[in-house]
Design a protein. Structure first.
Length: 748
């Protein structure tokens, strides 16, 4: 629920502030001038879920009014309200104070809400667990943040769950001084445009071939103008809604001449574009360069091509209303509304979802050159698929398919896939399965403690090492083929990793399975459970309460990054400095970053281990090479053999960590190909409250070698076997010990 609330905050926010007409002013934060709510400038979320918002002139702390939020529906989620303010202030701390009164809060909590944009800091008091009945009390949110890097803030309140809450006398302070209107910027006009908040009023399904070509072209022009035209980037236009305004006339054109003329007129209406004197030409050393080939591939008129080129030559420089970067050069997509009031977006909003996604990839995805399909062809392919989605489930499925085209394990539907989850099944098996030697194998049980595994095995009729061959009479291979497109991934290893635990899910409480144990075939009716009845884990069992390091096989150090703490690093260095070898297990996700602090233990001089490519928002579509990641040696360095264990669970930061350790003086990597999704992620919303991400920067070896999709290639390929699973052996650890002992013998 916390993720949903955070998404709602983003919807309320309309993040960055650039350009505009309205003079900046502070809202009435004690609500004394309002007769109804939401009043001008305030936005609410959760009304469709049964949350009501109103001014109360009978219950208040100070003055004569307060604002209340009350749940009146049947299934509680969260309701929130917020006011977005464009900020131009300096300081290191911002506070939101306010009075809160609660009545009958159950199944949730209430809180003030403060969000500093873009992606700077956030709090909604969830951790304070304010619920039940409480008379008026003053509360405060305090965020330490460098405000000179902030473009805007959102202030408000939230009710999660049942009950009613009142808010009164909100105050904003910067470095303990009240916020003044001089610390605000003008509100962009795009923020005030609400014409299509209830729907696009467009019917677009069943388009013919000519219309499909025109919609393909329009999606490219719309996205190009969004990220290049100075006035669009300045927030003068709600660019989502300008699409809906333009589409009816555009769809009525009778030939390409009229089509191109309408596009020229649209560009002209956006205002004059002057040549950019600060724009730099594309660096020919850049890994990716802007792709404007489509200017010349649709048979466009010379006038339209000239207009598009003139926009490019006068393109906006620096942060815009829709895209900016933070201090680490990470791109941030601001003001991408999720339209939470549309569980099943209409034709226009589904087309908008596709246009938004395709253009974000076109200009800001660092691995566009690594997709199986030419990205340029994907837009036309998916227009009829998005327009043909008949219900919410179809919409979620086609969105997942589109994300799968990126071949990026970071690209998935992380929120808003409720119907897909229902399709996969509300009941879960008691067993955790993985693909081992190409077959679906029981490798663990969803129990909180390993000591309970034998009981669960007896009750389920399955044992570790059993191979599942059929589920409800359908071969596992066939089920996998049917599901592949709905599991986005960089490579097949990570795709099968993600599919495996879901194959035994069902909307029935029992399923019939066929399995092989040793050489004998068996059948059983497997009882399934609701998720909350099991200890369901993701990818691997995370040891609970166990130290991250120990000595094994006499004098070899073993370290698992699954539970490593910052304080462990010095202890690991001290305890294992004279060990014959150290095994670092990264078949997991690091509990805390350790690539630099621990990696420095294994190098004797400065060693570069990775380099990055970054998006250039001044020239959308360009990714240039930036800084290089370097390890610097510790005061004491390890002289023995380092062995790093990896497999398909090794993803993102785990892969980056493996790259760092590979730079060590004497390192061997053992295991199998990793997930192939390195680097940080960027997130954004799509209509219908969908939330997704993709890899936001390129990560390469210092020599330019790829890591995306490729993964970390081991020096010794060792994969788990079914026999090893059954016997409870860790064959990768066994191989690691062998490698260390072989080196030890060679030295002696």
């Amino acid at each position: 629920m916390e993720k949903n609330i955070r998404i709602m905050v983003l919807l309320l926010s309309l993040l960055a502030a650039f350009g505009g007409m309205a003079k900046p002013r502070l809202p009435d934060l004690d609500f004394e001038t309002y007769d109804k709510f939401p009043s001008s400038g305030w936005r609410v979320s959760g009304g469709e879920a049964g949350y009501s918002f109103s001014v109360d002139d009978k219950v208040f702390q100070r003055g004569q009014r307060s604002v209340s939020v009350e749940f009146k529906g049947s299934k509680p989620n969260a309701g929130s309200f917020g006011y977005w303010l464009a900020l131009q202030a300096k300081g290191q701390n911002i506070k939101l104070r306010g009075a809160v009164k609660t009545e009958g809060i159950t199944d949730g909590w209430v809180g003030l809400m403060l969000n500093v944009h873009p992606d700077q800091a956030f709090s909604n008091m969830r951790e304070q667990k304010l619920f039940g009945d409480n008379d008026w009390r003053d509360f405060e949110i305090s965020l330490d943040v460098e405000l000179k890097n902030a473009s805007a803030i959102t202030v408000g309140g939230v009710l999660s769950g049942n009950g009613k809450v009142w808010f009164d006398d909100l105050q904003i302070l910067i470095d303990d001084k009240p916020l003044t209107s001089s610390q605000l910027r003008e509100t962009p006009r795009a923020y005030k445009d609400d014409e299509f908040d209830s729907g696009s009023m467009l019917v677009l399904s069943g388009v013919d071939e000519a219309t499909l070509i025109n919609l393909d072209l329009l999606g490219r022009v719309w996205g190009f103008l969004k990220y290049h035209h100075p006035n669009v980037g300045g927030g003068d236009y709600n660019w989502d809604y300008e699409l809906f305004r333009f589409l009816p006339d555009y769809l009525s054109v009778v030939d390409v001449q009229e089509r191109d003329k309408s596009l020229v007129g649209w560009i002209d209406r956006l205002g004059k574009v002057t040549p950019c004197i600060d724009c730099k030409v594309t660096n020919q050393e850049s890994v990716l360069k802007p792709d404007h080939r489509w200017f010349y591939e649709f048979g466009l008129s010379k006038e339209l091509i000239k207009k598009l080129n003139s926009v490019y030559e006068g393109r906006r420089q620096g942060a815009s209303f829709y895209v900016t970067t933070n201090s680490r050069r990470r791109v941030i997509f601001s003001n991408e509304k999720a339209y939470s009031n549309m569980p099943y977006p209409d034709d226009g909003f589904r087309l908008l979802a596709l246009y938004r996604y395709w253009n974000l990839v076109q200009y800001f995805f660092p691995y566009k050159h690594l997709t199986d399909k030419e990205w340029s062809s994907v837009l036309a392919e998916y227009i009829p698929l998005f327009l043909g989605a008949k219900n919410r489930l179809d919409y979620e499925k086609v969105a997942l398919s589109l994300m799968g085209e990126l071949k990026d394990t970071h690209a998935n539907l992380w929120a808003g896939r409720g119907e897909v989850e229902k399709m996969r099944g509300e009941f879960y098996p008691p067993v955790f399965t993985r693909f081992v030697e190409g077959e679906l194998v029981v490798v663990d049980f969803y129990t909180e403690n390993k000591r309970d595994i034998s009981d669960m095995s007896r009750l389920s009729g399955l044992s570790i090492g059993d191979v599942i061959t059929e589920i409800d009479g359908v071969a596992v291979e066939e089920l996998v083929r049917d599901k592949l497109r709905y599991y986005p991934a960089s490579n097949e290893a990570s795709r099968l990793r993600d599919i495996a635990p879901d194959l035994l899910r069902s909307n029935k409480a029992k399923i019939d399975i066929s399995f092989r144990r040793d050489k004998l075939m068996g059948n059983t009716s497997l009882k399934l459970f609701k998720k909350e009845e099991l200890h369901v884990f993701q990818l691997y069992r995370k040891p609970k309460g166990e130290k991250s390091y120990e000595t094994i096989d006499g004098d070899i150090g073993y370290v698992t990054l699954a539970t490593i703490e910052k304080k462990d690093v010095d202890s690991i260095k001290n305890q294992f400095k004279d060990a014959a070898g150290i095994i670092i297990d990264i078949r997991n996700y690091p509990n805390t970053p350790s690539m630099y602090s621990l990696g420095s233990f294994f190098v004797e001089d400065k060693r570069a281990f990775a380099k990055f490519t970054y998006p250039n928002i001044n020239n959308p579509g360009e990714f240039g090479v930036g800084n290089v990641a370097v390890l610097k040696p510790s005061e004491v360095t390890f002289k023995g053999k380092l062995v790093v264990l990896v497999n398909e669970n090794t993803q993102s930061q785990a892969e980056f960590t493996a790259m760092a350790f590979r730079a060590g003086r004497d390192t061997a990597i053992i295991g199998s190909k990793t997930s192939g999704a390195d680097g940080n992620i960027v997130s954004f919303a799509l209509p219908g409250l969908l939330r997704t991400t993709f890899s936001g920067l390129g990560v390469y070896y210092p020599d330019g070698g790829e890591t995306q999709r490729v993964g970390i290639i081991p020096d010794f390929e060792v994969k788990q076997t079914i026999e090893g699973v059954k016997e409870g052996r860790d064959e990768l650890v066994e191989k690691a010990i062998e490698v260390i002992r072989t080196r030890e013998a060679a030295i002696k």
